[in-house]
Design a protein around this ligand. Structure first.
Ligand code: ZN
Ligand code: ZN
Length: 143
């Protein structure tokens, strides 16, 4: 038995683990057991990070489309509707959803009758009121 083991060892020459600073000798794979595991975990983390980034760029795509739409909308209706009601003429700085929406999949998101131009002041006043019942994130994202 000891001889067989010796032969086995000679067939697969041991090389140091490729992890920087590790002196473990390994006969199969570039890493020792410990670092092989670590490497696999790193790959997993990278993949999660990648998926997350893809997620944000997808929502960035919506944001881009929305900001283009918002610009066009304000070219046609440049005034803040709330200021107008108060008899003040003020440029609208964003397009607001009259009925708050749940993101771009919401039917009301792209519904023109649900849009109104607001100045920054009125928009933040309106969203501050909505904060009681709705989350913050969507308002930040779909301003
Ligand atoms: Zn190692
Ligand atoms: Zn206003």
């Amino acid at each position: 038995m000891p001889i067989v083991m010796k032969e086995g060892r000679n067939k697969a020459p041991r090389k140091p683990c490729r992890h920087p600073g590790c002196r473990e000798l390994v006969s199969n794979g570039p890493y020792c057991e410990k670092h092989e595991k670590k490497k696999q975990e790193e790959v997993k983390v990278e993949r999660i990070k990648y998926d997350k980034e893809r997620g944000t760029s997808a929502s960035r795509g919506y944001n881009y489309r929305w900001s283009q739409y918002s610009k066009r909308y304000r070219k046609e209706k440049p005034l803040c509707v709330m200021c107008e009601k108060e008899g003040v003429l003020k440029i609208a700085e964003c397009v607001d959803h009259i009925v708050p929406v749940d993101g771009p999949d919401d039917i009301l998101f792209w519904e023109p009758s649900n849009h109104q131009g607001l100045c920054q002041k009125h928009h933040s006043e309106k969203t501050a009121k909505e904060d009681g019942s709705f989350g913050n994130i969507k308002k930040e994202r779909f301003l």
